[in-house]
Design a protein around this ligand. Structure first.
Ligand code: CMC
Length: 442
């Protein structure tokens, strides 16, 4: 029978090593025994951006990128998007199983109890400039929460982890909505706990003078499904951030703030905004063939297409495309959708995109929906951060409980100067050459 091992021959020494394979991987530390001399450090792997390195074992999210499959705790994303809702999905992601009726009611009650924020959080948010980006406000305020809940530092205490999880999932929509209202110069709207998770969020965003805000049920459900689709996505940039920062045993507010900061970047939470800019620039269906030609020639990228993991249609994009139709029934059609559909049609028939397995990803249609619902583009990453909080917290707790995890501390390949000795200023190289060297560092 074939053995689950890998035999490596080191051509420098002629020695052979047999290394176990587990879950389709070898342990990087097993390579350390491969040395030329006893004093050697041993062999390392070099993997910038972790493109082929598993940093953890996880039971939360499964992705098969070649076949366009995404599952949370084993449940297909399509089933959850159709039959579940965000709070139930968050329970599933955080706790590992779907809740029974009693546990679900308790969970909803517990999250709802935590939608309020301390009045000083409100004052803290007031301190931001009138035109502050809502995502910058969100990142800063999540970090500030750690000062309100010093008990959060007890990360090995299960009850403490549970309370912080409820608090964060409960407060994210409130902080997000306050950030939006601040950027609009509008008074904050306090949570209405008679509404659903997304209904209350819409109320805190859009309530004006009416006594009770009644969310449109189609938009409330559409946003809820978008939240389900964004709840987790295994080891992406922000999840890696929450695990890496959390591995220092810092409190979860600080770790989640780091994750949100990672999500702020245009390559992660900002791609749907780039899609909107691209569609606006293309301007009409007639210009689509010329635009595709430009992308193929390497002049810019077709934003919302391609994915590091999916080499097939992103299953989330399919669902989002369907939701767009439902949303437009209420909001009126966002004219950008016609350009997007035509772009997709042409790209999916084009050899360039077919050969490279470039398909629409989650961001291709989500921005168009958010825009139709009245969200400014600066809110797009904020809308991503709210549901991803459950994923971040589940991944963080999994890391805290994992006895194989330690403080994250990658190695490097040092390629800098050999030892040099300090010299007085007058004896250092001429400014021109020094400047060259210094410029390279910035
Ligand atoms: N348009 C045109 N060509 C593309 C595109 C695109 N969107 N994406 C990849 N390519 C080409 C690329 O030029 C390269 O071609 P060649 O082999 O001839 O050099 C080939 O496809 C492979 O690309 P890559 O950059 O090596 O692939 P990657 O896995 O490093 O990048 C990506 C993945 C998502 C960064 C990239 O596809 C991209 O920039 N897409 C547009 C931005 C975007 O939509 N980002 C959102 C991603 S989903 C977010 C999430 O899940 O959180």
């Amino acid at each position: 029978m074939a053995k689950d091992t890998l035999t490596i021959t080191d051509n420098r020494t002629g020695k052979q090593y047999e290394i176990p394979i587990e879950h389709g991987a070898i342990r990087a530390m097993d390579l350390r025994q491969i040395q030329v001399a006893a004093a050697d450090f041993g062999l390392m792997t070099y993997d910038p951006a972790f493109t082929n390195t598993a940093s953890c074992k996880s039971r939360i999210t499964y992705i098969d990128g070649d076949n366009g499959i995404l599952r949370y705790r084993g449940y297909p994303i399509e089933e959850l998007a159709e039959k579940s809702d965000y709070l139930e999905t968050a329970y599933l992601i955080v706790k590992g199983e779907l809740p029974n009726r009693q546990h679900f009611d308790m969970w909803k009650r517990n999250i709802t109890l935590h939608t309020m924020v301390h009045e000083n959080v409100k004052k803290f948010m007031d301190g931001f400039r009138y035109d502050a980006h809502p995502m910058g406000m969100l990142v800063g305020t999540i970090g500030a929460l750690s000062t309100f809940y010093p008990d959060a530092k007890n990360i090995f205490d299960l009850e403490s982890r549970r309370v912080q999880t409820r608090r964060l999932i409960g407060k994210m929509p409130t902080i997000a909505a306050f950030a939006y209202r601040h950027s609009r110069g509008l008074p904050y709207v306090y949570p209405d706990n008679d509404l659903s998770y997304t209904g209350n969020f819409l109320s805190m965003l859009f309530k004006m003078t009416e006594l009770v805000y009644k969310p449109n049920p189609v938009l409330e459900r559409a946003l809820d499904v978008l939240f389900v689709l964004h709840a987790d996505h295994e080891q992406n940039c922000s999840t890696n951030a929450v695990r890496s920062v959390g591995s220092s045993q810092v409190d979860p507010y600080s770790a989640v703030a780091a994750a949100a900061a990672a999500l702020y970047g245009p390559l992660h939470g900002g791609a749907n905004e780039a899609v909107i800019h691209m569609l606006m620039e293309i301007g009409s269906i007639d210009n689509v063939p010329a635009a595709v030609k430009k992308f193929k020639a390497g002049e810019g990228r077709l934003m919302g297409f391609g994915h590091r993991v999916y080499k097939n249609y992103d299953p989330r994009a399919k669902i989002i495309k369907r939701i767009a139709e439902e949303v437009f029934e209420v909001t009126g059609k966002n004219p950008l959708i016609d350009i997007a559909v035509e772009l997709e049609r042409i790209a999916l028939q084009d050899d360039y995109f077919v050969k490279r397995k470039l398909y629409p990803n989650v961001d291709f249609y989500s921005g168009i929906i958010y825009q139709a619902m009245g969200f400014p583009m600066t809110m797009f990453p904020v809308l991503f951060a709210i549901p991803r909080t459950s994923g971040w917290l589940a991944q963080w707790a999994e890391m805290v409980r994992d006895s194989e995890q330690k403080i994250a501390r990658p190695r490097q390949l040092y390629v800098g100067e050999e030892i040099r000795h300090w010299a007085p200023v007058a004896q250092r190289p001429e400014p021109a050459s020094r400047e060259d060297a210094v410029t390279e560092q910035i």
